[in-house]
Design a protein around this ligand. Structure first.
Ligand SMILES: Cc1ncc(COP(=O)(O)O)c(C=O)c1O
Length: 463
């Protein structure tokens, strides 16, 4: 029998080895995805207007930096919220001591009111049914731990947010089975695609536990239609499975059609007191709408600050409206910049990105060609965008391009770089085509010469 010290050493070694292995596996998996690889490349050579003007511009990060002036001006006017004071008296001790693990009641109330406001006050949320986590990442993973395990599957419409492979699968052991959507109908979910995914999971001997959708969609930048939402409700009712609606981009809907939350559909269909209601889960976060992905809102200080900010209804109203306007303006800039480069995108009305169609720039209709183009865009053009394959898109040539994490000047520069790249490959392709045509012409001449020669020889011989 070994001593306690030896046993302890053994345990420590095991833990280190276990985490070490996990870290190695994580980095291999990171390297597997072009989504994360692009980030790594950006980190090595990040663009800076003054210090590194030839660096890589980050267009692969769905971050909202368009309204920091509004947040900062609110903070300047509300010093109590930042310095842990209430009516100028310190509440540091109150916040530092034990707090309800379910969250500060004032924060939960302010948050559900903000969520209702974003949904045009057509629906409401119950604070007793709210679970706070450190961001939507951990909400999705926690949900997955609750709903699924190894041998279970969750169905996801393609293309989907690349982070889901990490958040839903890695530690839970659950599988993702794609619901294949295509450009033929603007990547909308259809009844047959839902059924095909369900059958595919069964063929793989996986138990389907639910469907997860992002509405508005990352990476499409579109809101789901009422028809799609109805289809989903019918489907999960019929199959008796869960429905997760990740509505993290609900406050970014800048033009029509208006955002319809899954909650609104359930309410309209009077499903409140049914089993289906129990199996629908809404995920939300302040990472995108307020641009606060660094906050990971669980600690009391952060909740205190945000409860003051979100319960200031005059501020939230103005923030929501200005955020929409600025996002719309920025999206227009991206769309027109792309147009000038001869590139179009899926019509969108939400999100912090566009779903861009570069199929005409591929050397062939394959994912290898998509990778080839992506590498040229990252390494030569120096723009980090996300290839559709990293979002599990089934058609090569689509890319997600973010527009709200940079200044307008940087976006302009990015579009200039892209435009000259497209002209250079168009010239390359033209030269390539000219060469091909020339070769063809020469071959024709050659074939003509040969046949003329043989005809001539034959004529001569016959003479
Ligand atoms: C659809 C979707 N869900 C969840 C997340 C993660 O959000 P959070 O920063 O709140 O963890 C993201 C981030 O890009 C996302 O796009």
């Amino acid at each position: 029998m070994g001593s306690l010290a030896e046993a302890r050493k053994g345990n420590i070694w095991t833990i280190v080895a276990h985490y070490g292995l996990q870290l190695v596996l994580f980095s291999i998996r990171f390297a597997d995805s072009s989504y994360f690889l692009g980030w790594q490349e950006y980190e090595k050579n990040p663009y800076d207007e003054v210090k590194n003007p030839k660096g890589i511009i980050q267009m692969g990060l769905a971050e909202n930096q368009l309204c920091f002036d509004l947040l900062e001006s609110w903070l300047a006017k509300n010093p109590d919220a930042v310095s842990f004071k209430r009516e100028e008296q310190s509440i540091f001790k109150e916040l530092a001591l034990f707090q309800d693990y379910h969250g500060l009641p004032a924060f939960k109330k302010a948050l559900v009111d903000f969520m209702a406001e974003i949904r045009g006050n057509k629906v409401s949320f119950d604070t007793d049914h709210l679970v706070l986590t450190a961001g939507a990442t951990s909400a999705n993973e926690t949900l997955m731990f609750c709903l699924a395990e190894k041998g279970d599957a969750i169905l996801l419409p393609t293309p989907y947010y690349p982070g889901f492979d990490r958040d839903l699968k890695w530690r839970t052991g659950a599988e993702i089975v794609p619901i294949q959507c295509s450009s033929s109908n603007g990547f909308q979910i259809t009844e047959s695609a839902l059924e095909a995914a369900y059958q595919e999971a069964q063929r793989k001997n996986l138990r389907v536990k639910g469907v997860l959708v992002t509405n508005p969609s990352n990476p499409l930048g579109t809101t789901m239609s009422r028809n799609e939402l109805d289809l989903l409700v019918n489907f999960v009712t019929d199959k008796e499975i869960h429905l997760i609606s990740d509505e993290i981009y609900s406050g970014t809907v800048f033009s029509s059609p208006a955002f319809v939350s899954i909650m609104e559909v359930l309410k309209d269909r009077k499903l409140e007191n049914t089993q289906v209601w129990e199996r629908v889960h809404v995920v939300y976060s302040l990472s995108k709408d307020l641009g606060l992905p660094g906050f990971r809102v669980v600690s009391s200080q952060t909740q205190y600050l945000l409860s003051a900010m979100l319960s200031d209804r005059k501020f939230t109203k103005e923030y929501i409206s200005k955020n929409h306007k600025r996002l719309q303006k920025r999206q227009n800039k991206l769309v027109s910049g792309l147009e000038k480069a001869g590139i179009s995108c899926l019509e969108s009305n939400a999100g912090l990105f566009c779903w861009v169609d570069m199929r005409h720039l591929l050397s062939s209709n394959t994912f290898e060609a998509e990778m080839e183009l992506w590498k040229r865009i990252v390494y030569d053009v120096k723009l980090n965008i996300s290839p559709g394959s990293s979002c599990h898109c089934t058609e090569p040539g689509w890319f997600r391009v973010c527009f709200a994490n940079m200044s307008e000047d940087t976006l302009k520069l990015a579009m200039q770089r892209l435009k000259s790249f497209v002209s250079s490959i168009t010239i390359d392709n033209q030269t390539h085509q000219d060469l091909k045509n020339m070769r063809k012409k020469n071959r024709t001449k050659w074939v003509f010469r040969l046949s003329f020669q043989s005809f001539h020889d034959r004529e001569q011989g016959e003479r």
